[in-house]
Structure formats: structure tokens, C-alpha cells
Design a protein around this ligand. Sequence first.
Ligand code: ZN
Length: 100
Amino acid sequence: MRLPYKLGTMDDTDLVALCRRAEAIESTHDEHGDGCACAALLDDIHKQIIATAARTLEGLIAKARRVLWCRGGELHLDMDAADDMRHAMAIVRDLLALAP
Ligand SMILES: [Zn+2]
């Protein structure tokens, strides 16, 4: 299956806004009870983020931060993982290092 792909705004404002919205939801989720709507909402936002092609370094860094969150806040670069995953994680690491 091919990854979904759409172009957002040239300056990635839409993509960065989606990433910030996900962060805001996550920051309040611990206060919610069972059955809150966060999981479904985050899944939808993540699908939109994944589908939206980044065009700027800011957009790429915002996406890299999503990966970091999805991995529990740490990037473990398993050198025994498949080459594609090792390369992908190395790109995420490099992008996070460029974050202001
Ligand atoms: Zn919640």
C-alpha cells in the first residue's frame, strides 16, 4: 500500500498546526477518564499529518517530534532492525537535532 499523500500549504502552517493540536490533546489526556474521545481524535489527526507532505524544515521537524512522541519520548536506534527502519530513525534523529 502506498503512503497517502497530499500537499498542504507552502509554509507548512497547516501541518504544524495539526502537530500542535495533537500535542495539546496529549497534554490533557491524562486528566480524562476512560472512554474519552482522545484516542480516536489523535488517530484521525495522525492520519492527516502522515498524509500531508512537509515542504519546510519546520514541517519536517514537527513530524519528527510526532515520531518521538509515538516512541514514548526516546529514539532507540536498534542496529539489528531492518535497513529501512534504521535509515528512517536516523533521519528523525537528524531532524530533531536541527530543531531550534
Ligand atoms: Zn483523553
